[in-house]
Design a protein around this ligand. Sequence first.
Ligand SMILES: Nc1ncnc2c1ncn2[C@@H]1O[C@H](COP(=O)(O)OP(=O)(O)OP(=O)(O)O)[C@@H](O)[C@H]1O
Length: 237
Amino acid sequence: MEKALSVKGLRKSFGDRVVLNGVDFDVAAGEFVVLLGANGSGKSTALRCVVGLAEADAGEIAIAGDRAAMVFQQIHLVRRRSVIDNVCAGGLAGLPLSRSLSPVLFPKDLRAKAMACLDRVGLADRAKDRAGSLSGGQQQRVAVARALCQGAGVLLADEPVSALDPAAATQVMSLLAELAHRDGLAVAAVLHQPDLARRHADRVLGLLHGEIRLSTPASNLSDVDIEALYAPDRVSA
Ligand SMILES: Nc1ncnc2c1ncn2[C@@H]1O[C@H](COP(=O)(O)OP(=O)(O)OP(=O)(O)O)[C@@H](O)[C@H]1O
């Protein structure tokens, strides 16, 4: 499969704390990868380096089309604006400067693109509603639509379901899997739920002590793998 995202030798420290100590991984177009690891193992930092929110100390990051979009646990919609306006905001960077400066009324072509993204996440019928009136799960799907509106081939998600109830979490995970499998995006999500990774992802990567220590087909993820990531001292004792 074609690599859409390739990360090699990624290093990042905060002061004396080495968080990423040579992280290597790839995500192919059409693949859904989940990154697991204990609190503080550097999962978010790795995604933030890929999307450009943090600056890596060293390493190579290659992104097909040069652009990755990201969704977060904190959804950050503008609650008072309509759903469609929130999705349009994802496409602003793609407009010429003169058309992006006063986004009170978004251009017609951008609204059409945003509607297609909303349709993709199953929320076209809620386009005119206030974003704050949607449930948490629906808001996260709007955030995914906003990310899709950026037109990136790589979609990153940092704990996208941690604030959602089980049914909404399943819906968002199914959507991420579909975006990979049906639409050909490369999708990488940080999760704290190994069971959801098993059910929805293609491959699981495990981060420990600043390195990728596990790479396995998601359906093969074992309890021993999980224990080795979250309680390594117990496994080696
Ligand atoms: N901007 C920052 N300044 C200083 N330290 C940071 C910064 N961002 C992250 N860290 C530290 O880097 C380490 C890794 O953080 P990161 O958020 O990447 O971990 P994580 O695996 O995503 O954790 P969690 O599962 O708790 O979200 C932590 O020790 C954290 O305190």
